[in-house]
Ligand binder design. Sequence first.
Ligand code: AHR
Length: 673
Amino acid sequence: MLSTALSGTARKYLAAGLCLVFGAAGALAQSAGPVNVEITADKTIAPVSPQLYGLMTEEINHSYDGGLYGELVRNRNFKEDAAQPVYWDLVQEGGASGAIALDSSMHLNDAIPASLKLTVTSASGRGAVGVANEGFWGIPAKADTKYQATIYAKADGFQGPLTVAIVNKDTGTVVATAQIPKIGSSWQKYEVTLTTGKTVPSGANRFVISASRPGTIWLGFVSLFPPTYANRANGNREDLMQLLADMKPAFLRFPGGNYLEGNSAPTRFNWKTTLGDISQRPGHMDDAWRYWSSDGMGLLEFLEWCEDLHMQPLLAVYAGYSLRNGANFAPGPDLQPYVDEALDEIEYVTGDASTKWGAERAKDGHPAPFSLEYVEVGNEDEFDPKKGGYEGRFDQFFDAIRAKYPQLKIIATAPVTLREADVIDEHFYRRSADEMEAHANDYDTRRRGTQKVFVGEWATRVGQPTPNWDAGMADAAWLTALERNSDLIVMASYAPLFVNVSPGAAQWQTDMIGYDANSSYGSPTYYVQRMFSTNHGDEILPISAHNVPSKEWDPPSPDRGGRGARPLRQPMTQDIPTMFFDATRDSKTGTIYVKIVNTADKEQPVHIAISGASSVDSQGKTITMSSSSPSDTNSITDPTKIAPVSANVSGLGSDFTKSVPPYSVTVLELEAK
Ligand code: AHR
């Protein structure tokens, strides 16, 4: 037993039977022989939270524009730079000549202040002048695939045709093409389909719009979509949605993160300007992550993303605090417009068509209300430099939301004392693998009250752009703790979710899923999370581990902060376990899921004794991830170097010994009655 190393609080919870006896850091000296694991099958600690495993998302690392959101054209409304048509180039072929420029005297609508003017000065025979869009680090083209182009255009001295094409940027080969036969003299929407043939999938393409006769053409808005998941109009990239669907996530926390807050209120996620026809959406500068957001992924698209993957939305509302200006809005009348904005937003999500904002949603194409259980007030408001700044703001939001929507659970992002938030959102970052493992058992001894915990952002930050296997194992250790404590931790989500791995696209090191224009992959952490979220029961079983090997760890010196400040005293070396466990059971089938993480470089025998089950089959199943080096990783070119392997195993029962490989994460499935 490890009670020698447990604090008074820990002992109290153990005595109350609320916490598992487990291999806590520093508790056990390393010794030879098997680790002894005892599982009690006729007692349950608590139900596993049905919403434990979910997703957190925001516009960072080109998560949507250049990521999940299907749009392939970059700067489709020419707003990313007021002076230049950035990401658009002039194309002149076959001796033809012309020019391109932004034209603020001719614009499609009030949301878009300028159009892209293409002047064809001379063109004859096979000559052509056009504009080429480079997309988000390339335009993808797959074999036998249809791409939908939508172009708002008008012309002077030119009647058509306009040629649209996906063209290989290295060879000039036309991969797919279509024509708009006639262009009128006033703004019109033109839609054409480009179909590829037997091409080799590639992201090395441009999207080209060209003319072979002299005249002037104005482009007001240009869009190109690949096939989308579930054929959604304005929908999402299929491969990335499939990676997410395979995780079976229970919820989606959106729209941030820092992206929710922006650097100041005008650059917050202003949901009202993300609705309706995409050609009417102004977009905004995502100054939290320093690039333009088209807002094609608007409030309704987030909700439809939830609908497509059967996730419940976890809506974070702007709470009057942005990143660069502290608590911009003091509680009281200055804050009230943002409280009203949040109430309107909840109405847009949940109201029926008889409500003002429910009717807007119906007008936007989704008459049925969405169900909503959780609303989060702000993001990481402990960074509000005004002492008590969040407390006042939270109370005002809490009172208004509770009064109008008493059924909603309200999540606070920092501790509050005057109102009882249903849930508190806790974030864990900047941790090495050792540090994550050192903290993996912290929640075992956390006091249980009525307030639940949402671990809304967490990650072992090792490996870039995506975590390596060292991080994957530490993340698995952390997940055993979340699952074991899911009476307290009702939801958890890793962050960031996505990264475009093209040069210059990322702002954050260590992100779960990587991609470029053409392909995508899950990191080792992605597969670990998928293993956990798709292989667990609905009841937490008591589990204790004895003779757990440990290693020494020197915690980093805490930073006192500030220039010239003396660092705080170096903390003492700690022993941390190299193995982590948890057990859950499916109450309907009797299957017991035992998770075993071995971060050491040696194979480890584990003796497992199960009491309280009338029988445990000798046949079962393992799902294992392992690699020969913690620095191994997955990538675009080697997407599944580290991935789960399933096997049927025998020799199991209510008392058996099973060896787990070095550097491994194992799910053991036991059929018990
Ligand atoms: O996940 C990246 C950022 O980390 C989030 O935007 C923010 O909430 C946290 O500080």
